[in-house]
Design a protein around this ligand. Structure first.
Ligand code: FES
Length: 90
């Protein structure tokens, strides 16, 4: 299991290795409105462990071009974790 820490919640949630981080919906305070990379509600900054995420796919890159303001931003609904630990904040 991989671990995602949400700084805003001071909470760590376990998700299966290789899963989309839309898995966090309902388990943290991160808002997932569209789950398709098109609304920006799930945008988070990766504070630690960015190497444990798959690179942004085309959908995420398109969304980040619209909503991303920081090079460490990711859209968690369409971001996939490989394994290990990641720490994010929104
Ligand atoms: S929930 Fe809309 S972009 Fe992630």
């Amino acid at each position: 299991m991989a671990k995602v820490t949400v700084k805003n919640d001071n909470q760590t949630v376990e998700v299966p290795d290789g899963s989309l981080l839309a898995e966090l919906d309902g388990k943290t305070s991160i808002l997932f409105a569209c789950k398709s990379g098109s609304c920006g509600s799930c945008k988070c900054k990766v504070l630690e462990g960015k190497e444990n995420l798959e690179p942004p796919n085309d959908v995420e890159q398109s969304g980040l071009a619209t909503f991303g303001t920081d090079p460490e931003d990711r859209l968690l609904c369409v971001a996939k974790i490989k394994k290990g630990s990641v720490k994010v904040e929104y």
